[in-house]
Design a protein around this ligand. Structure first.
Ligand code: ADP
Length: 334
């Protein structure tokens, strides 16, 4: 029956309350033991209420895990008919996204508060400072905190822009050599101030991939900035464009910097995660750079990988499909 193909659970009841149809999704969401018995009971209760007063009734329900589920059940009388129909929607993913968003807002607020607090304290100190030397030093520190705020806000905006806009699979292809050139320009202030030379080599015949140029520039410049930030002066960074199998190109960024402890490697792509907060403050990190890189990789149907040895350096590999298709750009869901 066509109803079985629906992602919604549908339960149909006759005027006497007898269940006359249950589609596959409804079965999956409500059958299977104690865990889902509550959901089934809620469906029956709502159907009873509709049969009693003819009005629509609904309820949101948490099914205790694992796996935990959030369901919305809406029951009503079918238009022009008799009996009742209950529709069950699984909104687990929606609720999870809301939690992630709430955490993100809390994290952003927390991260903003630190430099804002510092600016307030420094401004008070400036107001009370007697000497010109002091004023200059304090003003410089206020400026540094203001720069930090700007960096944070621009990373947050970058991330939300990248999350909101999936590249168009039918859009014009992107030349990765142009992406690399722009990323070099963008990351130059960091690599120059850290005195880290960047060497680029290309080992691909064609460096063209489907995707979004500005997102790819963001990703590659974040990798280059990190390589420079976490390296000592004079330690070179290498960027290579390489073939990765028949249908993929990788952008490899290798540094000889401080490296990352192996137990942190899984976490560095999380938003706001920093290996060493004290160290990151010194280098002006926001903790969002690698989250941006990962999101750009996912948007392009690709991946980002890291290998690193503490004290020796890190290699980040951004893997990008060279063709649109199942392995290529992720089409917008829905
Ligand atoms: P940040 O803005 O702090 O650099 P990222 O998301 O870009 O944030 O990186 C997360 C953390 O991963 C950094 O704080 C740093 O500890 C670590 N990290 C990232 N890239 C490198 C690298 N090339 N070498 C060493 N550590 C790195």
């Amino acid at each position: 029956m066509a109803l079985d193909a629906l992602p919604l659970g549908v339960v149909v009841a006759a005027p006497d309350g007898q269940i006359t149809h249950l589609n596959d999704t409804a079965r999956r969401l409500t059958e299977g033991g104690v865990r889902t018995a509550l959901a089934w009971q809620a469906v029956l209760d709502l159907i009873d209420e509709v049969l009693a007063d003819g009005e629509p009734h609904s309820q949101e329900l948490q099914v205790i895990g694992p796996p935990e589920q959030s369901l919305v059940i809406e029951a009503s009388r079918p238009p022009g008919g008799s009996g009742a129909v209950a529709v069950i929607r699984d909104i687990t993913e929606l609720r999870q996204l809301e939690v992630i968003r709430r955490d993100f807002v809390a994290n952003v607020s927390h991260e903003l508060r630190t430099p804002i607090g510092a600016i307030a304290v420094l401004a008070d100190a400036l107001a009370n400072s007697p000497g010109a030397d002091d004023s200059e030093r304090l003003a410089r520190r206020i400026r540094a905190e203001a720069d930090r705020l700007t960096e944070l806000v621009s990373d947050v905006l970058d991330l939300s822009r990248i999350e909101a806009l999936r590249p168009d699979p039918a859009g014009p292809p992107v030349d990765l050599t142009a992406v690399v050139a722009q990323a070099l320009d963008r990351s130059r202030p960091v690599s120059e101030s850290r005195q880290v030379p960047v060497h680029v080599s290309t080992q691909v015949e064609s460096a063209v991939v489907p995707g979004d140029e500005s997102q790819l520039v963001s990703a590659v410049s974040n990798l280059l900035e990190n390589a420079a930030k976490y390296s000592d002066a004079g330690q070179p960074v290498e960027l290579e464009l390489r073939d990765a199998g028949p249908d993929a190109i990788s952008v490899v960024v290798r540094d000889r910097g401080i490296g990352i402890p192996s137990w942190e490697l899984d976490r560095i792509f999380e938003r706001f995660y920093r290996v060493d907060r004290g160290r990151a403050r010194g280098t002006g990190g926001t903790g969002l750079g690698l989250a941006i890189v990962r999101h750009v990789a996912t948007n392009h149907g690709g991946d980002v990988r890291v290998s690193s040895v503490e004290g020796e350096g890190s290699v980040f590999t951004l893997l990008l499909p060279a063709e649109p298709g199942p392995m290529g750009l992720v089409a917008e869901a829905g």
